[in-house]
Design a protein around this ligand. Structure first.
Ligand code: LIP
Length: 251
């Protein structure tokens, strides 16, 4: 399959989960917690991932699947799908309108679908990043002091305590920060120029796989942040000239 065909599969899979998520949004309750008592999972997460997996099983049955809520599926094709049925689960459960569906064929195609706004962010390895078929090229050049920075915080107290130092050092030196609650949306909003940079320690591959490709195809740099003490590894994404300045501040 060519990257463009894989993108069509990713789009079909992401859209398959949207109706049930929209129907349950605003009345959903968490059914369990995971890494900490604030890391929620809902029945909607489980149902949405099942809908996505059903499309992948039918369209690309020989491919591997890694999903936030389900068991890994080994494959024989060499391709691996990375699925987050609701990125922004806490937002979703609270009725906070900032969540999305993220489906990636690792390194080849990625879709982030925001059903509330009907915004479909896409990219494949041989084409542009797009929002509802309009090409994306990231934010314009801006100096750090005028930059709007998206970030997020971990579910574990020890990680959050370590993240405070970085964000405290950052806030006086930039325009402002934004904490949307969804890494996938943060990355896509960066590709769309709605923020100037995004960084976060502790994000998982299913949070970022699609959004990272969309940022890269929009011409942005996406760089790994190494683990440091209690801070787990993560990533930073921005125009190249901002990456070094931000890393010097957040450590
Ligand atoms: C979320 C990430 C977000 C992070 C949240 C959470 P989830 O993923 O997308 O960037 O700050 O703590 O991890 O759990 O909603 O799929």
């Amino acid at each position: 399959m060519q990257p463009g065909e894989l993108l069509e599969v990713a789009t079909q899979a992401a859209r398959a989960a949207a109706p049930l998520l929209l129907e349950r949004f605003g009345s959903e309750r968490a059914i369990a917690t995971k890494s900490s008592d604030t890391d929620l999972v809902s029945e909607a997460d489980m149902l949405a991932e099942a809908a996505i997996r059903a499309v992948l099983a039918q369209r690309v049955p020989d491919d591997a699947i890694v999903g936030e809520e389900g068991k890994d599926v080994p494959g024989t094709s060499g391709r691996r799908w990375i699925v987050d049925p609701i990125d922004g689960t806490v937002d979703y459960v609270y009725g906070h309108p900032q969540w999305c569906i993220s489906v990636a064929c690792e390194g080849l195609a990625g879709v982030v679908f925001d059903p509330l706004r009907d915004e479909l962010f896409t990219a494949h390895s041989e084409g542009p990043a797009t929002l509802n078929e309009r090409e994306l090229h990231g934010p314009p050049p801006r100096e750090l002091a005028h930059a709007l920075i998206a970030t997020g915080f971990g579910y574990e107290r020890s990680v959050r305590e370590a993240q405070v130092a970085g964000v405290a050092a950052l806030i006086p030196q930039v325009r402002d920060i934004r904490r949307a609650g969804s890494a996938a949306l943060d990355l896509c909003w960066l590709a769309a120029g709605r923020v100037d940079a995004y960084y976060e320690h502790g994000v998982k591959i299913w949070d970022t796989a699609a959004g990272q490709l969309i940022c890269e195809r929009a011409g942005l740099d996406v760089v790994r942040l190494d683990a440091s003490g209690p801070l787990p590894s993560g990533l930073i994404a921005a125009r190249a000239e901002l990456i070094g300045q931000l890393r010097a501040i957040i450590g």
